[in-house]
Design a protein around this ligand. Sequence first.
Ligand code: CO8
Length: 257
Amino acid sequence: MGYEFLAIEQNEGICTLTINSPRTLNALNTQVLDELGRFVDSIGSDVRVLIITGAGKAFVAGADISEMSSKNYEEGLEFGRFGAGVFRRLEQLPIPVIAAVNGYALGGGCELACACDIRIASERAQFGQPEVKLGIIPGFSGTYRLAKLIGQGRAKELIYTGRTMRADEALSVGLVNSVVPDEELLTKVNEIARMIVANAPIAVAKAKQSIAEGYDMNADEAIAFENRLFAECFSTEDQKEGMAAFLAKRLAEFKNK
Ligand code: CO8
């Protein structure tokens, strides 16, 4: 089955997913979330880095307010679980995911960006969790991930006020990794993606796993966990190749083995 609201391009291990529903500023309705979930579940081992961006002037302006407006408790529970589940599966992909935040990243859009590994913003990007203005709270795990990324104090201020944060402020609080002029956004993001693709895929995946899972452990558990993943790298052909290439002063040719 194809996608109505997603545009997908793939080139040399880099897959760019554009959420393409600009009439509603790429708002996340059930169909867009379903397509996103199906796409995440179908990603093959040929994809080494995933880039997510939005068509038009928004990254994603949030969950679809017109669809949510008539929901009751059970439906809110169901919709929240559905969206949060899609974002969790995205977060747990074994490859790095980069959000190329081209414009509004509000509500579910900010939550989507937070579920990615790296966020690069265009100068015109704006971030916010305006849910309380609508009588709800962030429901796609935003209270959890935003607080982890920028600290509880800043997350609370942003969520309680519902105010919007411009790209330079998002950079200053560590919500984004860098800010670039709008016309350079995809060039910059692809540059980062190519640097990642040049590295040993299994090592990159294990680094992601170690950071993600280790973050919620205590220090002893996290260090032991990293140690196990570190040791596992020595069972890969790519570790032999990477070190042999260094010693022979040549470029490594990784095989994802
Ligand atoms: N949902 C539905 N439609 C939207 C949304 C949205 N989130 N955002 C924009 N649109 C629509 C507008 O209604 C408008 O449609 P139309 O042309 O038919 O009137 C069209 O997109 C263009 O938008 P604007 O005319 O408003 O464009 P502006 O440039 O004037 O303003 C803004 C841009 C500031 C981004 C403005 O559109 C806005 O404030 N949007 C809403 C932002 C928002 O509140 N987002 C949070 C939504 S709640 C959420 O994400 C919760 C996530 C967790 C859900 C958990 C479920 C239980």
